[in-house]
Every structure is written in structure tokens, then in C-alpha cells.
Ligand binder design. Structure first.
Ligand SMILES: [Zn+2]
Length: 329
């Protein structure tokens, strides 16, 4: 098999990471650059002159004397963990390869990143702390991904996540399962470019219309199987091209739309295998992590600083809300 671009992607090595982000001072400087790329600006008076209360990472405005915390208003806010630990967490979340592989001609990511148990072990913090850090960073990924729409030719399929494995009702929309729509934007030659994974309340027409409105460019062409709810994309302005499965007369009329892209199938097996035991309410964040990593697979080394840049622009997410989170689509 030909060498795959992703498998041979150079990530950020541990040595490079240590050189760039190894100390607390380095991490503070980097967060400062991310937050104020053109230098400190006082949020109260707009003043640019400041002094640094280094022990507490506070910036004091020379004009109005107001002290501003470097991490206030960011996803790192009110953390008891050093920034250098957050940086190591961002490193593990983005650089652990997660088994990106080429198989059966399609590209897939066989695993979602790192578990909070493993993350806790590597960071030397409790599992609860690791869980909070991981979920806050996944929240950053989710909010980032929410702003992007797929366009062009998009293949969609339904996925049932979790639920009873034995004795449970089988088939689409079974009780106890989390219904998900997987969508892959493809190049004209059928190669996958970007991915969206969205939880839905059910495989219903109106739900698919709402999902398409939020996530697909209206000029897109949506390719799906015959599941009826997918006709809902038409109401969002998209062109719908259902694949007629089987070998009937209709199938022969649209040879260009045979199901040729195994990536979607691989992604489906990857997420059903990895996130089987994830609580329903946290599913969107896990999917966002998978999606975020997939969509940035060609620029592995840059993934960490890009995540950090967005993290300082993502509002704080208290633990209480983190545990509740029930965001749809
Ligand atoms: Zn000021």
C-alpha cells in the first residue's frame, strides 16, 4: 500500500515540546502572546503600559492600576493547576496519534485520544482533575468546530452509539442508544476532507433539516442511503442524492453515486467501538474531539498551539456546567 500522508505526519516531538513549553514561565509567556498578540491591553481603560505581578500572573495597568489575571475569562480560568500542566494536557490530547490509519482505501482514526485515567497518570494529577482538564479542552474543540460548515459533496450516514449490546432491540433508533449523524465532506474524486459528527434527538426529517441548516453550506450536495429522514436536507436548500441500494433499475441509472467511500464506514466503527460507554450527555464533546483531530490530521504539529490560541478565547466552563452539558447538533 502506498505511503499515507497522515501516518507519516510529523507531530510535535517531546523534545520540541519541552524546548517550547517546558517551564511555567514559558507557558505564561506563550499564553500572553496568544491573548494579547499586539501586547497587553487593559480591559478597563485600554491602557498598554503595565507591570507584572509575576507570582500571581497578574498584569497591573499603569494608568488605572487595575489588575488583570492572565487567565481570567479564558477556559483556564480559576484553575489550581499550573499552566505547564495544561500545556502537557494539550500536548497529549492533540499529539497522541490515536491510530490514524489507512485501511481498505479509506482513512480513519481508530481511537479517540487519551482517556482521563491515562491523562491523570501522565500529568501526575487526580483522575477528577484530569477529567476536568480534558473536558474543558474538549469543550474548546467543540465550540471551535461549531463555527465551521461543510460544503460541496457531503456523504452522510446514521450511527447508533452505545446502548445494550445483548438482548437490546436492534436497528436504527433503538432505546438506550445515542443517535448520531456522521457527515464527511469529500473532494470531487471521493477523498475525505472534513468531518462532522453530530448527536441528534432522533432520525427524523425536521431534525436533519435543523442539522443541515447549522452544519452544511446550502449549496452542498448530500449523498445518503435511502433512510427517509435524510430527505430533510432539501428543506435546508441542499441537493439530496440518495443512493439506491441493491441492484434495481434505479441504481443502474446513477452509477456515479455508488457507495465508494469507506472512510465513513471506518469512522462509524471507530466511534461505536471507542465511545460505547460514554454517557449520553457527554457524547457531543467526545465526538468533537474526534472531529477536531480528524479535521486537523494534516497539520499535527500545529494542532497544539492552535488549540491553545482558541482556548484563551473560549469562556470559562465551570465544573457544574461541564457535568451537565447537553448541547445538541
Ligand atoms: Zn487600565
Amino acid at each position: 500500500m502506498a505511503r499515507n500522508k497522515v501516518q507519516f505526519q510529523k507531530g510535535l516531538s517531546e523534545a520540541q515540546f519541552s524546548a517550547l513549553y517546558g517551564t511555567e514561565d514559558q507557558c505564561r509567556d506563550v499564553v500572553t502572546q496568544w491573548r494579547w498578540p499586539s501586547g497587553f491591553v487593559c480591559p478597563v481603560c485600554g491602557g498598554k503600559q503595565h507591570s507584572l505581578v509575576k507570582t500571581r500572573a497578574l498584569y497591573q495597568c499603569t494608568a488605572c492600576r487595575r489588575q488583570t489575571s492572565l487567565i481570567a475569562g479564558t477556559v483556564f480560568a480559576s484553575t489550581k493547576v499550573p499552566l505547564s500542566t495544561w500545556f502537557r494536557a494539550m500536548y497529549h490530547l492533540t499529539q497522541s496519534k490515536g491510530g490514524l490509519t489507512q485501511s481498505k482505501g479509506g482513512l480513519t482514526q481508530s481511537k479517540g485520544g487519551i482517556s482521563s485515567i491515562e491523562l491523570g497518570r501522565r500529568l501526575g494529577v487526580t483522575q477528577t482533575t484530569a477529567w476536568k482538564i480534558k473536558h474543558k479542552l474538549m469543550q474548546v474543540m467543540m465550540e471551535r468546530e461549531a463555527t465551521k460548515r461543510l460544503m460541496g459533496r457531503i456523504e452522510v450516514d446514521d450511527v447508533d452509539l452505545g446502548g445494550e449490546r445483548n438482548g437490546g432491540k436492534r436497528g436504527r433508533g433503538s432505546p438506550g442508544k445515542t443517535p448520531i449523524v456522521a457527515a464527511v465532506e469529500t473532494t470531487p474524486s471521493g477523498k475525505p476532507s472534513r468531518l462532522k459528527l453530530r448527536r441528534v434527538t432522533g432520525f427524523r426529517r425536521a431534525e436533519i433539516t435543523a442539522l443541515a441548516n447549522r452544519n452544511f453550506d446550502p449549496a452542498s450536495t448530500i449523498v445518503s442511503d435511502g433512510l427517509r429522514c435524510f430527505t430533510g436536507v432539501s428543506n435546508a436548500g441542499c441537493v439530496h442524492q440518495p443512493i439506491i441500494t441493491g441492484s434495481g433499475r434505479k441504481a443502474a441509472l446513477i452509477p456515479a453515486f455508488t457507495w465508494v467511500n469507506p472512510t465513513l464506514g471506518n469512522i462509524k466503527s471507530a466511534i461505536t467501538g471507542t465511545y460505547r460507554a460514554v454517557p449520553h450527555k457527554h457524547v457531543p464533546r467526545y465526538l468533537a474531539e474526534f472531529e477536531y483531530r480528524f479535521n486537523r490530521r494534516y497539520d499535527l504539529a500545529a494542532m497544539m498551539p492552535r488549540l491553545g490560541y482558541v482556548a484563551v478565547r473560549t469562556p470559562p466552563m465551570p465544573y457544574r456546567l461541564l457535568k451537565l452539558a447537553e448541547d445538541h447538533a
